[in-house]
Design a protein around this ligand. Structure first.
Ligand code: TYM
Length: 351
């Protein structure tokens, strides 16, 4: 599947190199410990579908500096994220797993795309508005142009499919707009990607305020389950999850957001349909249900936990992946970049 079997000439683009196999791309920021929301909304779906595509998964460290971080934290989080990707089941023999900053073409393409993006389009992004409101003292240009870098991530690999949680949908729409705009201006350059968003689990909510998305940076320690939380912590957080004054386990996102969120989590963790869950817990109390959800999540994450411990300690294994996969990603990314550079009129590379 990887180069070696494919055409190595720099004259051919990504499509030709992979014999028209479909491409999947997705990524996560390394701003903190990954959450159950990241797992259910994204990572679990990557693992499920990655084998059907030529798949690229990045730890997007460049996206992570729009907000000030402790330098050593960022570096450590990048490594932890990579180890979690692997522990979750991504296969380095089949999928390309790399750090964004190790592939310079991301930032290079982002510049070209930013010259084709209107300020009005960026100002409309809800994530920008939210983050700007939270970081009033540091509304930097990167916070605004963040979706352009994200578009570059995706378009560089000519991705057909991008599995994400629903919070990234608006960014994906902008990516599609930019791809179409560039194609109209310069001829066929980019594949126009489709988001892949599951029906159940597309937006996991805070366990304490089910009206808000579960997020890494929530100040309430009981609001967010982290992928690497231990068994007791996971059970405790679910036990304390906010529900409602009713007593029936019934799916109603509007009127019973806490219980509906728990039902979605349980559905993903066990593979049961929402209607099956309603039937199974008919007549039982919330206490019993919350315990069952906690236990199902513990069971779902147990194999990941086990593999993670081995992977994070294996420095040579991780370092080898970091190096060789950056090379693979560069190999593909530079082809799209050079094609775009040529189309927009930059002098061609002498090879
Ligand atoms: P990030 O790092 O915030 O989240 C990574 C992925 O996890 C999903 N997600 C959730 N899904 C369901 N419920 C939640 N509570 C939840 N929280 C997070 C996100 O939707 C995402 O799929 N901008 C992106 C990172 C990115 C990217 C890309 C994604 C950069 N370039 C290219 C896809 C393709 C972000 O900040 O995701």
């Amino acid at each position: 599947m990887w180069p070696g079997t494919v055409h190595r000439s720099f004259e051919c683009g990504v499509r030709e190199m992979i014999n028209d196999q479909k491409v999947m791309f997705s990524a996560m920021q390394a701003t903190g410990d990954l959450t159950l929301g990241n797992y259910i909304g994204a990572l679990a779906n990557w693992v499920k579908t990655a084998d059907d595509y030529m798949s690229f998964f990045s730890v997007v460290d460049q996206h992570s500096i729009t907000v000030r971080r402790k330098v050593s934290d960022l570096r450590q989080n990048c490594r932890k994220s990579l180890a979690i990707y692997l522990a979750a089941g991504l296969d380095p023999e089949k999928h390309c797993i790399y750090y964004q900053s190790h592939v310079p073409a991301h930032a290079q393409l982002a510049w070209i795309l930013s010259c084709h993006t209107y300020i009005g389009e960026l100002n409309r992004m809800t994530q920008f508005k939210d983050k700007a409101a939270k970081n009033e003292s540091n509304i930097n240009a990167g916070l605004l142009t963040y979706p352009v870098l994200m578009a570059a991530d995706i378009l560089l690999y000519q991705a057909d499919v991008v599995p994400v949680g629903v919070d990234q949908k608006q960014h994906l729409e902008l990516t599609r707009t930019l791809a179409q705009r560039m194609n109209n201006l310069y001829g066929d350059i980019f594949t126009v990607p489709e988001p892949y968003i599951t029906k159940v689990g597309q937006r996991i909510m805070s366990l304490q305020e089910p009206g808000r998305k579960m997020s890494k940076s929530d100040e309430n320690p009981n609001a967010t389950v982290f992928i690497l939380d231990d068994k007791d912590t996971i059970l405790r957080k679910f036990k304390r999850a906010v529900t409602d004054s009713d007593r029936t386990v019934r799916f109603d996102r509007e009127n019973k957001p806490g219980i509906s969120n728990l039902m979605e989590i349980y559905s993903v963790a066990t593979g049961q349909e929402l209607s099956e869950i309603e039937a199974a817990f008919d007549g039982l109390g919330y206490g019993e249900f919350k315990l069952a959800v906690g236990e199902a999540v513990v069971k779902m994450l147990a194999p990941l936990h086990e593999r993670y411990e081995a992977i994070i300690q294996d420095k040579t294994y991780l370092d080898n992946i970091i190096k060789s996969h950056a090379e693979k990603a560069n190999y593909f990314a530079v082809r799209t970049l050079w094609k775009v550079e040529k189309k927009v009129g930059f002098p061609v590379h002498i090879r």
